[in-house]
Design a protein around this ligand. Structure first.
Ligand code: MRU
Length: 355
């Protein structure tokens, strides 16, 4: 089953409620775009490509539910819905990328009526979802060439089927290596504070019968220094034009320790996550979430009452720590500024040709 999808029978968006996993598997359904924005903010759905697709379906939903009878009114309503959806989470560029793609389409003069816009937006959201799955498979194919039989891979956060529409980015590479018959072992960072590693990555690996051990985030350095890790694979929420990589908080620390210990560090990044408009990583907005995520584990407080906390959800890894970036166009190596641009352009050309 896909992480999120459009239900034709009642014209709603359905999503796996990731807050409940691994204890319960529940589907939630959404009937209006504001609810979809809430689901993104509350992390019912999370992971950069998944929230991009969710936002696309959210905007399609706004068009479906609108009672506008003129093109101009509908376009104005879509502009407002787009602003709400984009504001849901600031770091993952896939959100803006998907919404802008739909708005560009909606504004095409060839779509002369509200009904034509409604239909086109739904088709485009579906296309974004389908492309995501195909792109993940392609990245997995390239990325699996980095994995040898017997490797232990260190992985951070959740980058699997749940973080995307299906299959995954960094975890997708591991799934592909496993499918090819390579014996791999994964050290799964628990990924405090939201425990995406412990809850979601462990769940996905278990379902596929892939060997893994859960480790405390603080143990990663120990395993790298003692030669027990052959490669670090992570995802990204936004990668700047120079190859600086924003990803789940804690990724930077991993990359520095990896370099110190000669362990290759590869983010697995669809071109939709590369933001050529930002020259470097310090320009990437970093989401700061509720302090309670740090002050509690689940509902259980872990610090004295009155303790304050800081909770940046992402950090930026400067490109000097990045060995290479796996994209659907192939593995990109330095100089990243030139080679990432080429990858993005080649992906755009391919999409144009496929239409
Ligand atoms: O806060 P989250 O769970 O949405 O963060 C997710 C990550 O940081 C992933 O590594 C990233 O989105 C890329 S994985 C497809």
């Amino acid at each position: 089953m896909r992480t999120l999808f459009w239900d034709e029978t009642n014209s709603r968006v359905k999503m796996i409620d990731q807050r409940q996993l691994p204890w319960a598997f529940e589907l939630l359904e959404f009937d209006d775009y504001a609810q979809v924005a809430w689901a993104i903010r509350a992390m019912v759905v999370r992971g950069a490509p998944a929230i991009g697709a969710a936002a696309a379906f959210g905007l399609a939903l706004a068009a479906q539910r609108s009672t506008a009878t003129t093109r101009a009114v509908l376009l104005q309503e879509l502009k407002e819905a787009a602003a709400t959806l984009i504001a849901a989470r600031p770091t993952a560029v896939n959100l803006t990328w998907a919404i802008e793609r739909l708005l560009r389409l909606a504004n095409q003069q060839t779509l002369a009526t509200p009904q034509a816009i409604r239909q086109a937006l739904l088709q485009e959201a579906q296309r974004i979802a389908d492309e995501d799955v195909a792109i993940n498979r392609q990245m997995a194919y390239h990325g699996a060439t980095l994995i040898s039989d017997g490797d232990t891979i260190l992985h951070h956060c959740n980058t699997g089927a749940l973080a995307t529409v299906d299959w995954g980015t960094a975890l997708g590479v591991i799934f592909a290596a496993h499918e090819q018959g390579k014996r791999v072992h994964v050290l799964v960072d628990e990924t405090r504070p939201r425990l995406q590693g412990a809850r979601l990555t462990a769940w996905e690996l278990q379902q596929r019968g892939i060997s893994f051990d859960l480790i405390a985030d603080n143990a990663a350095g120990h395993f790298m220094r003692t030669g027990q890790v052959q490669i670090v694979l992570v995802g990204s929420d936004r990668t700047a034009a120079n190859g600086d990589v924003a990803n789940k908080i804690g990724t930077y620390k991993l990359a520095v320790v990896a370099k110190e210990n000669g362990v290759p560090f590869y983010p697995v990044v669809p071109t939709s996550t590369i933001d050529l408009n930002l020259a470097h990583g310090d320009l990437i907005p970093i989401e700061e979430r509720d302090a309670n995520e740090v002050l509690r584990v689940g509902e259980q407080p872990i610090a004295p009452a009155g303790t304050t906390a800081r909770n940046p959800a992402f950090d930026v890894t400067p490109h000097r720590y990045v060995t290479g970036i796996v994209t659907e166009e192939g593995i990109v190596y330095p100089p990243f500024a030139r080679n990432l641009r080429r990858a993005v352009e080649s992906a755009r050309e391919r999409i144009r040709d496929e239409r």
